[in-house]
Write a protein that binds this ligand. Sequence first.
Ligand SMILES: Cc1cc2nc3c(=O)[nH]c(=O)nc-3n(C[C@H](O)[C@H](O)[C@H](O)COP(=O)(O)OP(=O)(O)OC[C@H]3O[C@@H](n4cnc5c(N)ncnc54)[C@H](O)[C@@H]3O)c2cc1C
Length: 463
Amino acid sequence: MNFDLIVIGSGPGGYVAAIRAAQCGMQVAVVEKAELGGICLNWGCIPTKSLLKSAQVLDYTRQAADYGVKAGEAKADFSAVIARSRGVADKMSKGIQYLFKKNNITILNGRGSLLAGKKVRVEQLDGTSETHEAQHIILATGARSRVLPTIPQDGKRIIGYRQALTLEHKPASMLVVGSGAIGSELAWFYNAMGTKVTLVEFMPNILPVEDEEVSKQVARSFKKAGIDVLVKSSVESVDASGELLKVSIRNKKDEIEIHEVETVLSAVGITPNIENIGLEDAGIEIEKGRIKVDDFYRTNVEGIYAIGDIVHGPALAHVASAEAICCVEKIAGLSPEPIDYGNIPGCTYTSPEVASVGLTEAKALEAGFELKVGKFPFTASGKASAAGANEGFVKLIFNAADDTLLGAHLVGANVTEMIAELVVARKKKITGRELIATIHPHPTMSEAVMEAAAAAHGETVHL
Ligand SMILES: Cc1cc2nc3c(=O)[nH]c(=O)nc-3n(C[C@H](O)[C@H](O)[C@H](O)COP(=O)(O)OP(=O)(O)OC[C@H]3O[C@@H](n4cnc5c(N)ncnc54)[C@H](O)[C@@H]3O)c2cc1C
């Protein structure tokens, strides 16, 4: 069949591209070899947040007495927690099916690959295949868990994120390698479920891309919750010959420690899915392991585009979706703005949560800015005290020269819901003074933003 657009992959890059293209009047087909909705809906953002919600409910119930509530002994039913997460993911995936139908988008089940001349071959599970043509083809095939040679995954005892979302029973002990958002979230989840968790990070701080003060706060909270945190440490090998795995770790003193655990979760990043999709046949250029694209996601071959985890930029769902819209609107002859990769929020849904945008203090100094930094702790927030959630702070970094916001770093309860204000502030070049003059509702956690801006100007008026 002939289409205006064929999208390969139905994650937050692919499905958003397909729907926006249909809205722009194109005849669209999406090729998908697994579940609709991609990693985000089925194996990433959504099922992890569902698991973390269960952990939070458990935590709250255990602390019920602090709120004057008698709730009895709270216990997690691990398989029910996993089942709830799978149910939430399935429902979201079905939602994509509904949206495709509503927008008259054709679903082509199977593995898609490019053929020369803007053709796409779709191989079904039964081995049959068909070829479709389109004026435009968007590649949105996403990524998978990165496998290190020192930590070969067997999918049972040495696992990646996929298995961590569907384990049949809760391990007694788990060593999580890598403390980015995925490693930290899963470390927090398993610890809350009652697994003895050790988190190993090669860099000097966990959540290494975050502002150092934020990373240190999360490390304190993790340790208080019972997670063993090892920084400046690397896993040298995993011996799977015995009943327990023997993990050899080079620690910060450059000595070898052996840890015996039931499960190792490798969370050391992702590998883009760029193999076996016909890039060579179509003559598409690759740069540093990702597909090379311009500001509007055009590859070097006319009519072929790439978005999401297979191109440069942070591997995040909202980035993939923003790229999808920018790419499709350009194809449709509209005038989308290129994405500002300096203004992308990042969130980690541990307890406390972390949310940030822009430069860390270290990066801002490195870039040569003179800074005005303001910090407001949640210990001084009325809403946080009422909620029993005093951990954390809002830290804002302003350019002393013009009072614009260079970076915002939040750690605390629900801060992932607060960061968008600061993304807008950066986009619209709103100054610290303007943030101070913007009335924030009382009592809310968001007042801490206004207060942190005031602190940067030496004008804090509240506690
Ligand atoms: C555990 C975990 C938690 C995460 N949490 C968050 C979060 O909280 N917030 C956030 O922003 N991001 C999060 N992410 C990252 C986010 O999931 C990805 O950045 C996002 O899914 C990328 O979207 P995409 O469209 O590029 O690809 P994907 O979502 O990976 O989708 C690609 C799709 O393409 C299909 N496909 C691949 N090859 C072919 C082929 N040849 N033919 C047909 N179909 C094919 C795949 O089956 C898949 O469905 C998380 C990731 C993980 C692993």
